[in-house]
Structure formats: C-alpha cells, structure tokens
Write a protein that binds this ligand. Sequence first.
Ligand code: ADE
Ligand code: ZN
Length: 321
Amino acid sequence: MTDLPRIELHLHIEGAAPPAFIRGLAAEKDVTLRGVFDETGAYAFRDFGHFLQVYEAATEVLKTPDDYRRLTRAVLEQSAEHGVVYTEMFLSPDFCGGRDVPAWRDYLAAIREGAAEVPEVEMRGVVTCIRHFGPDKARETATCAAETAGEFVTGFGMGGNEAIGTQGDFAWAFDCAREAGLGLTTHAGEFGGPESVRQALELGVSRIGHGVRCIEDDTLVDRLAEDGIVLEVCPGSNVALGLYPRFDRHPIERLRERGVKVTVSTDDPPFFHTDMTREYEALNRAFGWDEAIFSDIYRTAAEAAFCDAATRKRLLDRLAP
Ligand code: ADE
Ligand code: ZN
C-alpha cells in the first residue's frame, strides 16, 4: 500500500487500550468488568454517551503508574505496526493520580518509560481535561499540565461531552496552559455544532479535535481556512459514532477542497475498529486519496505538531519526496 511515515495528532491513551490488554489487567487484579465488552470481546457501546461511560469503566483497571507504562508500550507498539513515527497522545490526570501534581509526575514518568520502550515512535503528551467533569477539575488538570510542561508534555486539550457547559467555562484552564507555553487544542464540532467551533476559537486554540461540523456554516469554514486552524479529523470515529453514515459522506474531502488544514487520526482505535492503515484505505476508497494527498496530510500534521523545531524538521525531512 504505502511506506509513508505517518503522523498522528489525536489519540486518547485509554481509548487506544487494546481490549485484550484491559482484560489481562482485569484478570491480574481479579477485577470483573461488566458491560465493557461484547460477546466477541470488542468494546461495546450504543451511542456517544454510552461510549464515554464504557471508556471510563475500562479505566477502572488502570490503577498504577506501571499499568500506564505497560499501556503506553502496548499502544505505541500498535502505532508502530501501522507506520506511525510521531504521535501525540491525550493524557488525563483525572485517571492518572486524580489531578494531584506529585502523583501525576509519577504517572508521567512511567508513561515516558513506556514510550522509551518503543523508540520507533516519537511521542508527545497532550494533557487533557474532561469537559463533563467540569471547570474546577479542569483547573487542576491545567495546573498538572503547567507544572510538567516541557520537552514531553507539549500540549493541553479538552475532551469529553460537548453537551455539558460551554468552551468558555474552561478559559482559565486554557489561559493557564498557554502561559506555560503549551500548544492548545479542544474537542469541538463533533457532537456540538458550528457554535462550539466558534467558542473553541475564542479559547485561542491552534488546533481543534474533530471540528468537522464547521461544514454546516460556510462563513466559519472560510474563517478556519483563513486563520490556518488545523483540524484533527478522525473519520472512522465519526462514522462509528454515527455522525456520518459512511466514509464517502464524511466532510473531510469538502473541507480540504475549501482550504481547511485537515489531518487524519484514529481517536480511540479499538473502540471504533480502526487504525491508521484502515483510515488510509477507507479514505482512498471513498475519495480516491492517493499517496501524494496523504503525504500532504502528514506534512500538515508535522507542521501543526506540538513539538520543538528540530523534531518538526526531522519529521518534515522524512516526509520530503
Ligand atoms: N474522549 C475520548 N474520545 C472522545 C471523543 N471522540 N470525543 C470526546 N471525548 C472523547
Ligand atoms: Zn478525541
């Protein structure tokens, strides 16, 4: 198919946990997970709200820093299998030490150890608050991010349920992260409409997680294109969660044609039965995207990555024709 080195900007560490890994940990710890897997052993969920519940239920077995070291390794090994050379992983102190800064440092050290065990993939961490946990917890999360900002923790973001509150409720957290020098991204325009994307822009982000529902507002699409805002598009996730019925109805092609900077990621790959190879193949089938287009997409991702200049140059050199 292709030997292009792949760059992924949007991957939730817990959402990327292979089901067998979670089942193995549950067995080791003698924990019974109910309502997480279907009869084939895959993650089971009905809709977006239920997906978030199952996601959080599976984290019940991820208790210690060493669990996160092993998880990081397992996730990166999968990324490497699909040709990923650079990935930004969303890490949530809510699940790693309960937003306590010293505990978070321990989890982070373990995650970095796990990352060092898979040298084929360069990893950066985007500390991510969870919208439905509310602004107070997001402040604590931003404090964790600011205290550990550096060569590995390079970004701050927000995931979770867009139906709860507004982006603006989290302005303090994003300001705190910005002042610490972190790159900013937030989930918007996934289950929220164009208004949520406008609110995200008010937070001063350079990237938006998903953002695809901007397509419902022509003026907004033009603004995103003009401002060079980068969308972390996860087409397989959007199809699996029922936002669009099929890949060929997904707006990523129209957004690209309109000059919006789009990238391709997997979000929570085993939940959505996807990986970077399947995304490539599905977009190739749906829109005829070839290696030249994907090379552009990965170059856009390298340019938007929350990394230092030397790393960016290395990535761009690897992508040079
Ligand atoms: N957390 C994990 N996956 C997510 C998604 N697709 N949207 C919002 N929050 C998430
Ligand atoms: Zn996401």
